[in-house]
Ligand binder design. Structure first.
Ligand SMILES: [Zn+2]
Length: 227
């Protein structure tokens, strides 16, 4: 892909993520890539709050996405594609293998197997999982969590395996919580002749400069700015 085109549709992003999901189902290492594209791409591409009180297409996905913003309007192809993928991801975020429930994506989600609640507290990503079924629980961790030392608040019985937290058998209604540290880094991409500097905390983009005048991406809880 050549990065000179400064406009993108949500459809293309949905196709990309759908292919990554197919790869992840064969090679779990790809869940980490799916997570980054969903968290920073798909979820940013959905308009979730009114802008300065004006009438806004809440729920719609961008059709003229800019490198740093929602763009000027939406399109009727993009919103159904985005919503359809969100429904697929809701289903795939937790899967069952044998007697174990596997959390593939640490995204907020309330499903029939488990409820996942996440929060960014400063430089920590906090997770609470409430089981709705009895069974084993295994959580896939983002690749930047390199070892047990990066994880806090997990129960002492948890087993840290490369890329995983294995909680063992839990009863229905059991809650487990843990946190992991979010390292800071920056990355600059040249798109259409403009350098966009992205600030990352862990796998979350919290800011992009230059910022858009309106309908900007990456202005959320983690950046301390609300759209
Ligand atoms: Zn479209």
């Amino acid at each position: 892909m050549k990065p000179e085109n400064t406009r993108a549709e949500t459809d293309g992003l949905v196709d990309l993520i759908s292919l990554l999901v197919m790869l992840a189902e064969k090679n779990p290492a790809y869940w980490d890539v799916v997570d980054r594209y969903v968290r920073n791409g798909l979820l940013s591409a959905q308009f979730t709050a009114a802008w300065n009180g004006s009438a806004s297409p809440v729920g719609a996905f961008c059709g003229f996405c800019r490198p740093n913003a929602f763009g000027s309007s939406t399109m009727n192809c993009c919103s159904p594609a985005g919503a359809g993928l969100l429904a697929d991801l809701h289903r795939l975020a937790v899967t069952k293998a044998g007697n174990e429930y596997w959390v593939n994506l640490l995204l907020d989600r309330d499903g029939p197997e488990a409820r996942i609640k996440t929060d960014v507290h400063g430089d920590w990503f906090a997770v609470t999982i409430t089981m709705k079924q009895a069974g084993g629980l295994v959580v896939r961790l983002p690749a930047f969590v390199s070892g047990a030392a990066d994880v806090a608040r997990a129960p002492s019985s948890v087993k840290f395996e490369p890329g995983l937290l294995r909680f063992g058998a839990l009863s229905a209604n059991a809650d487990v919580s843990f946190s992991f540290a979010l390292p800071h880094r920056t990355e600059t991409f040249s798109i259409g002749g403009v350098d966009y500097r992205h600030a990352w905390r862990g796998n979350i983009v919290v800011e992009v400069r230059p910022a858009a005048d309106r309908f900007g991406f990456f202005v959320g809880e983690a950046s301390g700015v609300t759209r």
